[in-house]
Design a protein around this ligand. Structure first.
Ligand code: AP5
Ligand code: MG
Length: 215
């Protein structure tokens, strides 16, 4: 099963994708994570993407679609993909159709996380992750159970994203409204969109997504 998690910055795409990975062995394909890895490694893609990401704008369609194609080829046979933060434009949606068709695959669900944008700034500016395994946390909503120790891997290093400041978040939201929200009707016309309330407790959001997936 291949699914898209769609929603503005801070909607909970990454949080819910990590839970689906743990519950179902699916693979999280986050173009944001791939781009941050490229920036960290100093690859040509990373060098091109860094300033764009720091400004909260969108990286070019060609770059992100190439990243997705490579990652899909690395999936285990029969392993489902969770597209997190991709597609983000009409051109990327068309590329994803072509990429899946070339591989004989289909898209089963588009899950739209319905959220209140004003609350998202608090979510994003409080976010941090384990520098070792990538598990996500939040200053107010999800602290590690033991202070300064990752629940998942026991690591002690945590990091914050350079684009998680209020000014950049506002630009990212504007990009979402202008370029990403308009792709929803493409999937609505296919009858595969489910809207889930993303403002509830994390466990309630997970339960609502599981209900959509029929598991
Ligand atoms: P990307 O990494 O995709 O960032 P984003 O879309 O802005 O989304 P976020 O990762 O900020 O939010 P999320 O929905 O994953 O929320 P999370 O689960 O972490 O993209 C970054 C940049 O890369 C872009 O700006 C662009 O430049 C570039 N890029 C990436 N993909 C691209 C593409 N396809 N095309 C072009 N450019 C691209 O949750 C946030 C926080 O809230 C966490 O701390 C979490 O613990 C907490 N939280 C989550 N759910 C809840 C809840 N229900 N209640 C309370 N707290 C919660
Ligand atoms: Mg994310």
């Amino acid at each position: 099963m291949n699914i898209i998690l769609l929603g503005p910055p801070g909607a909970g795409k990454g949080t819910q994708a990590q839970r689906l990975v743990e519950a179902h062995g699916m693979k999280q394909l986050s173009t944001g994570d791939m781009l941050r890895a490229a920036v960290k490694a100093g690859t040509p893609v990373g060098l091109q993407a860094k300033a764009v990401m720091d400004a909260g704008e969108l990286v070019s369609d060609e770059i992100v679609s190439a990243l997705i194609g490579d990652e899909l080829d690395a999936l285990a046979p029969g392993q489902g993909a969770i597209f997190d933060g991709y597609p983000r434009t009409a051109a990327q949606a068309a590329s994803l159709d072509a990429i899946l068709e070339e591989r004989g695959q289909t898209l089963e669900h588009v899950i739209e996380l319905d959220v209140d944008e004003d609350a998202l700034v608090e979510r994003i500016t409080g976010r941090f992750t384990c520098a070792t395994c990538g598990k996500g946390y939040h200053d107010k909503f999800e602290q590690p159970k033991v202070a300064q120790t990752c629940d998942k891997c026991g690591g002690h290093d945590f990091k914050r994203r350079p684009d998680d400041n209020e000014a950049t978040v506002r630009t990212r939201m504007a990009e979402y409204r202008a370029k990403t929200a308009p792709i929803l009707p493409i999937y609505e016309a296919r009858g595969i969109v489910s809207r889930v309330d993303g403002m509830g407790d994390m466990d309630d959001v997970t339960a609502a997504i599981e209900a959509v997936l029929g598991s």
